[in-house]
Ligand binder design. Structure first.
Ligand code: PMP
Length: 370
């Protein structure tokens, strides 16, 4: 079931929601360059972040992200730390305007966390929420009530836990749209020009944990008060090209390699095509075997985090599924502790063979236990 090189490395198929599978090619390249990077005589981990060698690596990462995202020169690409959670605080600190509300579309835990932080700084207007339906769908356009006076609108483009994903975004006019794209960044094309700010922890689609990507429209950088702690202002990181303090150098190097891998795959369009194929295979199995079901409304199903259950919500059987799958080299299939059930995260680096192996396992498991 495994590919030739995975056979040799003893790697399994990893369906973890994050940190998640990275492309084997990237890991092999990092291994080959580990001890002596490009004849520098040292590992990237050992290089000064002020050295020309590292500056070249950071420039590769930035150029790679900019190219794959198709972000114009109107946007600054920043590599920060603190994870996406740090952005829950940093975004309102920098973008909330005095006496104006923040609009937030509540689609699950990750927007609730952003809400908690935003509420410390401004009135939060819940423009829409699907909490009464346990976040099993996204709000319909007619349910979203935006406040024309808002500082910005916050949403999460892919809910990693509920397994919902936006395929189109609300029109916010001149009000900046802020998106937490942690779990679907660079899995499908998005029109960056519709956003004021995009942020994502790297550990799902773009690299290892420790790097946080922020893509911010340049005019918004100047919104924040200069009285904020310097390290918490986007302007500091923009001015210093993400080198205000020691950045997560090795993680940034890995982002560069992942972006170059994406380019070799044929870029974002080709990666999206594969993602569509993988998601279709898996949802087809869930819908057709008569043993599993997806709790998520069809139009809102995530291509990245496929949440499913065994019919009747049989928890013992789900536990058995997770354990037997793991024994077959299919790991990380337990649903998030808040919702239970099963979840297969099939990010960009998840090979098609991984999804096929999972579908084969699901068929076999349903036959034996149905
Ligand atoms: N937002 C989303 C959509 C996530 O999936 C996660 C992590 N799973 C976070 C935010 C939090 O990210 P971090 O752990 O990098 O702070």
């Amino acid at each position: 079931m495994k590919t030739g090189s995975e056979e040799k490395t003893g790697r399994i198929f990893n369906f973890s929601a994050g940190p998640a599978v990275l492309p084997l090619e990237v890991l092999e390249q990092a291994r080959d360059e580990m001890i002596n990077h490009h004849a520098s005589g040292m590992s990237v981990m050992e290089m000064s972040h002020r050295s020309p060698e590292f500056e070249a690596i950071a420039a590769r990462a930035e150029a790679g992200v900019r190219k794959q995202l198709n972000a114009s020169a109107d946007y600054e690409i920043l590599f920060l730390q603190g994870g996406a959670s740090h952005q829950f605080a940093m975004v309102p600190m920098n973008l909330a305007l005095a006496n104006k509300p923040i609009d937030l579309i509540n689609t699950g835990v990750w927007t609730q966390k952003a809400w908690d932080e935003a509420a410390k700084l401004a009135v939060v207007n819940i423009a829409a929420t699907t909490e009464p339906e346990k976040f099993r769908r996204l709000p319909r356009p007619d349910e979203i009530k935006l406040n024309p006076n808002a500082s910005y609108v916050h949403l999460c483009s892919n809910n990693t836990i509920a397994g919902t994903e936006w395929s189109d975004f609300p029109e916010t006019g001149s009000i900046p749209l802020v998106a937490d794209m942690s779990s679907n960044i660079l899995s499908r094309p998005v029109d960056v020009s519709r956003f004021g700010l995009i942020f994502a922890g790297a550990q799902k689609n773009i690299g290892p944990s420790g790097v946080t990507l922020v893509v911010i429209r340049k005019d918004l950088i100047e919104r924040a008060s200069k009285n904020l702690p310097v390290i918490l202002q986007y302007r500091t990181h923009a001015k210093e090209k993400s080198l205000y303090n020691t950045p997560p150098t090795y993680g940034i190097y890995m982002v560069a390699l992942v972006m170059e891998w994406m380019e070799r795959q044929g870029g974002l369009a080709a990666v999206e095509k594969k993602n569509i194929e993988k998601a279709r295979l898996l949802y087809d199995a869930i819908d057709s075997l008569g043993f599993y079901y997806s709790p998520v409304e069809k139009k809102d199903r995530s291509r990245m985090n496929v949440v499913f259950r065994i019919q009747g919500d049989k928890e013992d059987l789900e536990k058995k599924f997770v354990n037997e799958a793991a024994a077959e080299g299919l790991s990380g299939l337990k649903g998030h502790r808040l919702v239970g059930g099963l979840r297969a995260s099939i990010y960009n680096a998840q090979p098609l063979e991984g999804v096929k192996a999972l579908v084969d396992f699901m068929k076999e498991f349903s036959r034996k236990n149905g």
